[in-house]
Design a protein around this ligand. Structure first.
Ligand SMILES: NC(=O)c1ccc[n+]([C@@H]2O[C@H](COP(=O)([O-])OP(=O)(O)OC[C@H]3O[C@@H](n4cnc5c(N)ncnc54)[C@H](O)[C@@H]3O)[C@@H](O)[C@H]2O)c1
Length: 279
């Protein structure tokens, strides 16, 4: 996708972090914006902060884990702007616990926000994006957690691995269908955002997570520190994404130092070795 001006971007999780920076970049490119997030006040502030004509922005408070709300977002976007050209399935949450301490509600929350949201995005946006003459591009935010299996993050890892294979499958299918819709997969490592405070967005229907203790607490502490110490910024992620969209490049893995860990995992698989523990 080479043309952004006057085209329309839909960005989920747009009130904070990577989503907010994607919105800033899309606004700078002259795109119309459909911004979605579960945090209404932050979303409103984010939309106002972009400083662009209100007629070019639609901000909608939604819970991306709910199919009816993604369907309504798609309808609203196509109704308002007549097309959707860049779809960023970006909203996400993290939860750090050892696998045996994750409750069913924990799994449902994390898989709902991090995986089902992307599935619903594909279901409700893609058919219309494929049909429109101008084509478009889908950007799914996974994580290096979708390429590795870091301890203490089972629900997140499962969801993000799901996003990787969904995106790779979609890429092949769109090629086979000769559709003018590209796909990119964003897999960041640590980026200083509010992801380590994801509990703020846990809907009441899932109840609160049990406080972390023991090994879970140690992993939680380490995850929080790692996020805060991330060297590449959310703005760097947005720049990488836009470069990839322009080049029609699938894999967007900005933290290149992670290559060794990915290679080690692949070598373990190819050599039928037991998984090398990740620190
Ligand atoms: N920050 C990192 O280190 C990192 C690393 C790899 C991948 N990611 C991924 O990047 C994406 C963006 O996260 P971020 O780091 O910017 O975190 P963030 O917390 O700053 O932003 C996430 C946004 O998603 C929104 N959100 C959460 N639950 C939602 C729901 N049910 N419905 C709608 N919106 C919801 C939040 O309100 C927030 O605005 C996520 O998919 C995350 O998994 C982040």
């Amino acid at each position: 996708m080479k043309q952004f001006r006057d085209r329309t971007a839909v960005i989920t999780g747009a009130a904070s972090g990577i989503g907010l920076e994607l919105a800033c970049r899309a606004a700078a490119e002259g795109m119309n914006l459909v911004l979605a997030d579960i945090e209404a006040a932050r979303l409103e502030a984010a939309a106002a902060g972009l400083g662009i004509d209100a007629r070019r922005i639609l901000a909608q408070r939604i819970d991306v884990s709910r199919e009816d709300e993604i369907a309504a977002l798609a309808d609203a976007a196509f109704d308002r702007f007549g097309g959707v050209h860049l779809l960023c399935n970006n909203a996400g949450v993290g939860l750090t616990r050892v696998s045996w301490e994750l409750t069913t509600a924990d799994w449902e929350w994390v898989l709902g926000v991090d995986l089902w949201s992307v599935i619903h995005g594909v279901q409700h946006f893609l058919p219309r994006m494929i049909k429109q003459e101008e084509g478009g591009h889908v950007v799914n935010t996974s994580s290096v957690a979708g390429l590795l299996s870091t301890p203490g993050m089972a629900a997140y890892n499962v969801a993000k691995h799901g996003v990787v294979t969904l995106s790779e499958t979609l890429y092949g299918e769109l090629l086979a269908a000769k559709a003018r819709v590209g796909v990119s997969l964003l897999c960041p490592a640590w980026v200083p955002t509010a992801i380590h405070e994801s509990a703020r967005n846990r809907p009441d229907r899932f109840g609160a997570a049990k406080p972390a203790a023991g090994l879970s607490a140690a992993y939680e502490e380490r995850m929080g520190q790692a996020v805060k110490s991330g060297r590449l910024t959310a703005a760097d992620m947005a720049n990488e994404v836009f470069a990839a969209v322009m080049e029609d490049r699938f894999y967007v893995i900005p933290h290149r130092k992670i290559n060794n860990a990915i290679q080690l995992r692949m070598d373990d698989i190819m050599n039928l070795r037991n998984p090398t523990p990740l620190s």
